[in-house]
Design a protein around this ligand. Structure first.
Ligand code: GLU
Length: 339
């Protein structure tokens, strides 16, 4: 097939338009979709009863560039709840609202090596290890609740909606389902209360956490939110500034080290970009200063990451040279401008 310019022998960043006019990114995600649509690995999460209703065949891939171009294939309009993909965003909001020093008094930035819902705190400080696991995320929700009270949910929703570029809403059924059955998270909230990590409205903070997890997004929304982070905190389509650049750096750092549950180390090694996944099957990855990438596919592997999502992101990273230390990746460096 004729190309605008020739490909190199290296798996890499040559972006081209083929003779049919299809952009290389579109061609690539179409290919990934065909390659992995029949992958039947993984199980849909059932521990929140309402999530068990997800269709395991749902599958979408979307890429949004830092200048707002959208490439997508599959079920990119299908709504699903954010779950843990909300965590880096609420962490960023807390940093902006309270400042770094105050937030770090309550939550650390160390990978824990434990499951996302483990009931453990750091020795000595009794702080949660990091804001990507439930102890840390519930703490962050409590900080936002202490600051905004009854308005905290509206505050979160408006910031997340600005990142997505459209008004987001909550899935009441998923919220109720988790609220009814989230005994482990309830235990975590009360443990945090015991150690004085959260204020005495621990139940209200937990309720906020359950609602934040039940915010509905599509695969396209997640890619747009990722592109907002890639674009230094500004939504690339609406142009709205959403997150301060200094906080974006912290959000991406914590996603890089802790974003993919107990697979975070291997993810950093194999894929090499900051990312966050959630138990409903979403994965959001960020290529700094270049792309937001999202996949949606509900069946999860043993570590809780979307099985198709891992394969698609690994494939895209290899084919496009996205790994932050790939020799082809100069996208996040100013040196290319300065030199
Ligand atoms: N609401 C879920 C929980 O706390 C989120 C878990 C996740 O997506 O990792 O159990």
């Amino acid at each position: 097939m004729a190309r605008e310019w020739s490909d190199s022998s290296h798996d890499g960043v040559a972006l081209m338009t083929d003779a049919g006019g299809k952009h290389e990114l579109q061609r690539l995600i179409d290919e990934m979709y065909d390659q992995f649509r029949d992958l039947n690995d993984g199980q849909v999460a059932t521990y929140i009863p309402e999530l068990a209703k997800a269709n395991p065949k749902d599958f979408g891939i979307c890429i949004v560039t830092e200048d707002g171009r959208i490439f997508e294939v599959g079920d990119c309009d299908r709504p699903f709840t954010m779950q843990s993909v909300s965590k880096p965003f609420t962490f960023g909001m807390a940093l902006e609202e309270l400042g770094h020093q105050e937030v770090y008094k309550y939550v650390g930035v160390e990978p824990s090596g434990d499951a996302f819902n483990s009931i453990t705190l750091q020795d000595n400080t009794n702080r949660p290890f990091n804001p990507m696991i439930n102890t840390g995320a519930i703490t962050v929700s409590a900080l936002l609740h202490a600051r905004h009270g009854d308005k905290a949910l509206d505050f979160m929703l408006s910031r997340l909606s600005a990142a997505a570029g459209r008004q987001l809403t909550i899935d009441e059924d998923v919220y109720q389902s988790e609220n009814r059955t989230g005994h482990r998270n309830r235990a975590i909230a009360h443990l945090l209360l015991n150690f004085g990590v959260v204020h005495d409205e621990a139940e209200a903070a937990l309720d906020l956490y359950f609602r934040q997890c039940a915010i509905l997004v599509t695969c396209r929304d997640l890619a747009m939110m990722g592109a907002t982070l890639a674009n230094m905190g500004r939504n690339p389509v609406t142009g709205e500034p959403v997150f301060e650049i200094g906080c974006v750096k912290d959000m991406l750092s914590i996603m890089f080290t802790c974003g993919m549950y107990d697979y975070s180390g291997q993810w950093a090694y194999r894929v090499g970009v900051p990312a966050k996944s959630g138990v409903s099957g979403g994965v959001m990855a960020v290529v700094n200063r270049q792309l937001g990438i999202a996949t949606y596919s509900p069946p999860l592997d043993a570590r809780g990451n979307s099985a198709r999502g891992i394969e698609v992101c690994s494939g895209l990273a290899a084919r496009l040279g996205l790994h932050v230390f790939d020799c082809l990746n100069a996208g996040s460096s100013y040196l290319k401008v300065v030199l």
